[in-house]
Structure formats: C-alpha cells, structure tokens
Design a protein around this ligand. Structure first.
Ligand code: NAD
Ligand code: ZN
Length: 389
C-alpha cells in the first residue's frame, strides 16, 4: 500500500509499505477513505517530539471501511467507521473512568526511559505518533490496523459525508473537551488562544455551552474571520496588547476561563533547542508570544485554565506566583475521544454542529507532502487538509 512516512525534520514522503495484517484478536483492518493532517502532526514534522524513526507512517485522524476483522472484533466488513486517535483497551483502571487517553494497556512498547523520565509514566497509545506512544502505524495511508477495535471506532450513518464526521476522530472532541475542561457556565467570558482547527472547535463548543462572550486570539486574519463567524470577538496579537485588551473587554476582571489551543508552537521549541528546553537549560518562549503564560496572567482570580495544546518535555518559567495567588484551576490532557464521540455524532446529525466549514483543501495521498508544507507554513487559507487515499 501507499503511505505517508516521516524521514526527518520537515521531510515526509509517500512510500510503498506492506499492507497491515491482523495481529491480535480484537484488531480490525480499515481501508481509509479520508484522513486529515493535524496541528499535532506538525510537532513531528518540526522534529520537536522525540521517538520517531525514519519510515514511520503518520496520521491519527482517519475514517474508512472495515475490510478485515479479528475474531474478537465487534465490527463487520463493509461498515463505515471513524476511529479515535487515542488507542484504549476499555478495561483498565483509567478506561473504566472514561480517561481513555490515559489507557494503561495501549502502549505495547517496553516501558521507555524517555517517556518515564519526562512524564513519570509510559505514554498511552496514539496512532502514528512516535515510538513513545506505542510506535503504531498511522492512518495517512491506504490501510491501517486498528487495535482494540471493539472500543474505539464508531459506526457512522451513510447519509453523513466523510467531511461531516471525519473530525470526530480528534479535533472536534478536542475542542469540545477543551471547553468542557474550562467548566463554562452560562454568561461566562471565555478567551481562546489559537484559531487553528482545535481553537475554532473550542470557540464553537464554548458558544454552544452558553458562554456569553468568546474572544479568540491569533494573528492569521483568515483564521480569525472563521472564529468571528461563530460569534467570537477577535484579537490579533501582533496588533494589540492581548492582556490589556482582555481586561478592557471584561470590565477589568479578566476572562472567567481561558483555553490554550496553541501548544508548543508559541514557545520557541525548535529541533535544535528541544533537548535544552527539556533539560530546562533555557527558558522556552522567553522572546515569543507564550500563549499559556499570557492565558494564566489574563484569567480572572479563581478562573479556569484549559490546555488542549500539546507540550512535550518540561516547560519551565510558569507564573506559579500568579497561579497560586489567583487560585486558578488548570485542566489539560490528550482528549478522551471515546467519552465524547457519540454525543458529538448526534449533534452533527441534528445539525447543531457543522465541521465542514474548516476544510480548505482536499488532496490525494500522493500530494500529502504539499499539504504538510502549506499547513505548516500557515499559508493563507490552508486551515485544514483532508487527504483522500
Ligand atoms: P495549528 O497549528 O493549525 O493552530 C495553532 C494556531 O495557534 C495557529 O493558527 C497559530 O497562528 C496560533 N498561534 C501561534 N502562536 C500564538 C500565540 N502566541 N497566541 C495566539 N495564537 C497563536 O494547530 P491545531 O490543529 O489547531 O492544534 C492546536 C494545538 O492543539 C496543537 O498543539 C496540537 O498539537 C494540539 N492538539 C491537542 C490535542 C489533544 O488531545 N489535547 C488534539 C489535537 C491537537
Ligand atoms: Zn490530531
């Protein structure tokens, strides 16, 4: 089969690989019909997440048709499914509490020093996301093996198009969980850093959860315009002092909840300095936007900070004084996709949530490297790329 593979920093290629096979009884093989490039893939593309090997197949946002099932799979050939990016056994302590992205059984790789050193635990399984998260082949390919397929994939009705349901695999539940973690109360003001796919779904979710005022911060005019379409007020951080503007918009109090949908990008990580940042030799983001620090300093006293943005390694220079003095709550994590996916599918079916506004480009799998380059460089209007293998 053909698959998009990682070969080093800013070097992805479409290669020929052996087709995946059933390995465990709960496996299913999916023929991919649509798969997207995610902001999280850009961290791999930038080489700032360790544990990648040349030839690894990328991709964790995908859907398709069931073509082969293991004896303990609950799926049937021909079914159309969306697959969560997080791999979860459904049976461990964490899965039982719906903390699916913290599954204890989904990383088959021998406990890795790196992830234990950095996180105190081995990381849970994620498709196409380095050997720290299990070394699973991803779904930017013609076929993929889905482990624990009786827990993750959700069957989608035929009358919904791929474009309507594909983002159930990651960014829609991620935006939703970001808003859920922000514990939004009706009437709240919520500020969202980042008008990328995750930030835009966080904006949409915050509005649906009853926020009275949602403010989105970015510097790409086209992305900010999309946030405006959902009723958000916008701040261009290159033109406006963010915290001052937020104070003015909240009568000097600060937003009730803030969401960092940016992640590592705003902290100045590069392949050259990532190890120094991990070892805390340098202060990341000292000279750049530092969305999370801005968010913590701007949130009101007693406010909530929700962090869907992905970070790797140790992030030093937190404003701990402000966090303690203001008594804020912080919630973060990889998304527990399986917890939210059914409810979000219903909202799509009922027309409450539209996901298709986001897609700027449909490309063939062979053109995926072009998609990576333009999405990475945030070329005007490249807001989300969907590949059709
Ligand atoms: P993206 O790169 O397309 O969007 C990020 C946006 O942040 C860009 O529009 C960029 O201009 C903006 N930005 C950069 N610096 C900023 C600053 N200082 N202030 C405000 N905005 C700034 O990525 P995406 O797909 O939207 O993903 C966003 C983050 O969410 C990434 O870190 C990604 O890894 C993460 N993510 C997390 C999960 C999860 O499970 N928690 C799932 C998917 C994605
Ligand atoms: Zn993703």
């Amino acid at each position: 089969m053909r698959a998009l593979t990682w070969h080093g920093t800013n070097d992805v290629r479409v290669d020929t690989h052996p087709d995946p096979e059933i390995i465990n009884p709960r496996d299913t093989i999916i023929k991919i019909t649509s798969t997207a490039i995610c902001g999280s893939d850009l961290h791999l593309y930038d080489g700032v997440i360790p544990g990648m090997k040349s030839g690894d197949i990328l991709g964790h946002e995908f859907m398709g048709e069931v073509v082969e099932t293991g004896p303990k799979s609950t799926l049937k050939k021909g079914q159309r499914v969306v697959v969560p990016f997080t791999i979860s056994c459904g049976q461990c302590f964490f899965c039982q509490q719906q903390q699916y992205s913290a599954c204890d059984n989904s990383n088959p790789v021998e406990k890795q020093d790196a992830s234990e050193m950095l996180y105190g635990h081995p990381m849970s399984g994620i498709f196409g996301y380095s050997h720290l998260t299990g070394g699973y082949a991803g779904g930017q390919a013609e076929y993929v093996r889905v482990p624990f397929s009786d827990v993750g994939p959700i069957v989608v009705p035929d009358h919904l198009t791929d474009d309507q349901v594909l983002f159930l695999s990651d960014i829609l539940p991620t935006g939703w969980m970001a808003a859920d973690n922000a514990e939004i109360q009706p009437g709240d003001t919520v500020a969202v850093w980042g008008a990328g796919p995750v930030g835009l779904f966080a904006v949409q979710s915050a509005v649906l959860m009853g926020a009275a005022q949602v403010i989105c911060i970015d510097h790409h005019p086209h992305r900010l315009e999309l946030a405006q379409k959902f009723g958000a007020k916008i701040i261009n951080f290159e033109e406006t002092h963010v915290r001052e503007a937020l104070m003015e918009m909240t009568g000097g109090i600060g937003p009730d909840a803030v969401i960092d949908a940016v992640g590592m990008e705003a902290h100045g990580f590069t392949p050259d300095n990532v190890l120094d940042v991990v070892k805390q030799k340098i202060a990341p983001g000292a000279d750049r936007g530092h969305a999370l620090r801005q968010a913590i300093l701007a949130v009101r006293k007693g406010g909530r900070v929700s962090v869907p943005g992905v970070y790797g390694g140790m992030l030093d220079k937190w404003p701990l004084g402000a966090m303690m003095e203001k008594g804020i709550t912080i919630k973060t994590g990889q998304t527990h996709v399986q917890k939210y996916i059914k409810d979000l599918l219903r909202r799509i079916e009922e027309g409450e949530i539209d996901t298709t506004f986001l897609i700027s480009h449909h490309l063939s799998l062979e053109d995926a490297p072009t998609g990576y380059r333009n999405f990475h460089d945030k070329q005007n209007e490249w807001t989300k790329v969907v590949l059709r293998p």
